[in-house]
Design a protein around this ligand. Sequence first.
Ligand code: SAM
Length: 352
Amino acid sequence: MRAGGRLTYHACVAVIDTLGRPLRSLRLSVTDRCNLRCHYCMPEDEYLWLPREDLLTFEEILELANLFAEAGVDRIRLTGGEPLLRRNLPDLVAGLAARPWLRDLALTTNGVLLADAATALRDAGLHRVTVSLDTLRRDRFQRLTRIDALPQVLAGIDAARRAGFEGLKLDSVITRGDNDDELVELLDYARAVDAEVRFIEYMDVGGATKWRPEAVVSRTEILARLTDRFGAIMPLPGRDSAPAERFQLPDGLTFGIIASTTQPFCGACDRARLTADGVFLLCLYAQHGTDLRRPLRAPAPADTLRRLIAAVWEGRADRGAEERLPVRERGNYIPLRMLKKDAHLEMHTRGG
Ligand code: SAM
């Protein structure tokens, strides 16, 4: 492997960055809008939205996806904002699913609109669904998201199963005093719906304007609490570049932990991000990105865009979560006044 060059991997040439990390996976945000106001992501009353005319069309997204594939991407996750707010999303899914280079096509959703969309998404060729679910208590859901929508989310999970999605994942951001008393309930629910929970540490990303270290429930603490309750927990091998470490309870139930805050895994990060208006980001913590919309619409020749994507990744040295680790007196990462000026700094714009 050569740093800042190219690497042949899975029969396809992947561009690699300055730290030797190949470009394999693309998080595609299809909208910055969301129908929930989760306390760790969109706690403010007002937001600056991306201008509608700036949003990439599906044709533009497909064109860029092909160019990213030539740089090594073979896995795509659709995200947002809330991706199911994007009209005709199954059309985009069908367009992506038809690409011969695509090995994995997943969606991260809050589930509120999933009940009506699950079958169409499955028919369009979506491979996998992850639903964000932080609580099973309706009043708590409303308090943490400012919307009374837990029944819709649970119906969405049910619909996803009936539509035939296997390997359903449930992502739960655990925050102290909010839902850290629900670890066991969330595991029991996952068992009942044949899903796998991934407990996510609260991150101090842009958007998390109320973040404070005391609110983080660490991987270590989660494991200690579950060990107290269930007995010895076994780590499972085979993580590769996946953000979640997987574990097994003595009764065989598996779950994951994404310890981005206390034990970041930047060394294995192969993820590029593309915002709904075409900004290419190298890290969830990146403060700047590369605008691909402008050259795409110019229109620049495909080769120019191809070279731009490769050059940006080859220059990548980002390891945002690891760089945050030694910071003392850690508070929220991006000051509110900066977030109010640049929507691209928000978590809901860049996708989780
Ligand atoms: N709306 C979709 C959803 O709710 O899954 C997709 C976008 S959301 C930004 C993607 C993921 O980011 C969700 O699982 C959410 O819980 C996670 N997330 C947002 N802010 C976070 C934070 N401060 N710390 C950890 N995870 C966060």
